[in-house]
Design a protein around this ligand. Sequence first.
Ligand code: 5GP
Ligand code: ZN
Length: 114
Amino acid sequence: MNNCIFCKIIARQAPGEILYQDEWVTAFRDIHPVAPTHVLVVPNAHIASVNELNAADEPLVGRLFTLARQIAEQEGIRDSGYRLIVNTGPHGGQVVYHLHLHLIGGQRMRHPMG
Ligand code: 5GP
Ligand code: ZN
């Protein structure tokens, strides 16, 4: 087993508030939420970042987006809106090197990008 915290949450070997899981993807609440809704949507397979994606991953990447939409509906923020963020590498502010999509909402976003 690698030392990845998200792999451990997915495998239920570390605590995490999992909202959805299937064979391919998992959604769980961020431990340090920056807004009323802050959910991480991740592939179950350990893919370190966008830099490691290839064409074979395209259906999986699409699945991350449709799961984000589903969680936004569950959280009641579909129509008020939300932000999806994928930090990549040092300049992108990536801290955990397991691909994840931040789903953030429940308040109007204040910070401009960049
Ligand atoms: P990044 O900066 O890599 O895009 O974001 C990593 C995110 O993972 C951060 O928002 C951070 O709060 C979250 N995170 C880090 N460790 C844990 C953990 O053990 N559990 C959960 N649920 N979230 C975590
Ligand atoms: Zn991982």
